[in-house]
Design a protein around this ligand. Structure first.
Ligand code: NDP
Ligand code: 8X3
Length: 254
């Protein structure tokens, strides 16, 4: 059956791959992000290649007023959201706690935790009123472990992990599923953003191993969403074969 899927952060990486995957099953998509040009390009690609019905909404998840304005006023059937993928997020910088940039900390906390909360606060009541829904929260292996120089990013993803567990309890009686997704290394724009556009530093993260691709995570989420209504995958850690923990990787030619 055709579903309505809302994906935050669909302009690149995991979110974009999820949009393409769900479009394959003729689902209707609400895609969001800050980069309007990318969003519009993806919307027209989805329409012309998959015949997808798409609503593209350009806003910053950190801005509660904007979130409420765009998602709180969805037209007609678009309010019947079956799947919410809370994906928008980022790491900014990599540094010891005594040297970290407090603006970076604000960006991570405001996007990864507060942005996810603002979106959920608008969409969850719509799901509650229909007595159905499935929320995917994109956490991270950084929400299961901590690593040197990553304290604040790891803390933000531990918060997502806790929110997934809390949401699952609060939404239990409303028939809403919550799936926490905790990927290891996925080659997207993630490292480019973390290292402020430094291509060499970003590429080095994936040198000598085969990382996950956005498509791998999209495939898994699509599988979770396709299971019978009584089945919920609560929590998934998904790693490349060459990665055993946040910091243990096996690289060839090194
Ligand atoms: P990308 O940088 O490729 O994608 C991030 C997406 O989030 C973009 O679409 C970006 O859109 C959006 N986004 C970021 N900040 C905001 C904001 N303030 N408001 C709205 N949208 C925003 O990285 P990934 O695809 O890898 O990241 C997706 C999620 O996966 C993140 O939550 C990340 O933490 C998580 N993750 C990534 C891993 C990896 O190794 N890549 C591993 C584990 C988890 P725009 O810039 O247009 O706003
Ligand atoms: C992204 C993966 O290991 O850089 O969440 O934290 S990691």
């Amino acid at each position: 059956m055709r579903k309505t899927v809302l994906i935050t952060g669909a302009t690149s990486g995991i979110g974009e791959a999820a949009a393409l995957k769900f479009a394959e099953s003729s689902d209707r998509l609400i895609i969001t992000g800050r980069r309007k040009e990318r969003l519009d390009e993806l919307a027209s690609h989805l329409k012309s290649n998959y015949g997808t019905e798409v609503l593209a909404l350009c806003f910053d998840v950190r801005d509660r007023t904007e979130v409420e304005k765009h998602l709180g006023t969805l037209p007609g059937e678009w309010r019947e959201i079956d799947i919410l993928i809370n994906n928008a997020g980022l790491a900014a910088g990599l540094s010891h706690i005594d040297e970290g940039d407090t603006d970076d900390w604000d960006r991570m906390v405001d996007t990864n935790i507060k942005g996810l909360l603002y979106v959920t606060r608008v969409i969850a009541p719509m799901m509650v009123s229909r007595g159905t829904g499935h929320i995917f929260n994109i956490a991270s292996i950084a929400g299961k472990e901590v690593y040197e120089n990553g304290a604040v990013y790891c803390a933000s993803k531990h918060a997502v992990d806790a929110l997934s567990r809390g949401m699952r309890i609060d939404l239990l009686k409303h028939g809403i599923k919550v799936t926490n997704i905790a990927p290891g290394m996925v080659e997207t724009e993630f490292s480019l953003v973390r290292f402020r556009g430094d291509n060499d530093r970003a590429a080095a993260v994936y040198t000598g191993l085969e990382p996950l691709r956005g498509e791998d995570i999209a495939e898994v989420m699509h599988y979770c969403a396709s299971l019978p209504d009584h089945v919920c995958i609560n929590d998934l850690v998904i790693m490349p074969k060459a990665q055993a923990s946040a910091t243990n990787t096996f690289r060839k030619n090194k």
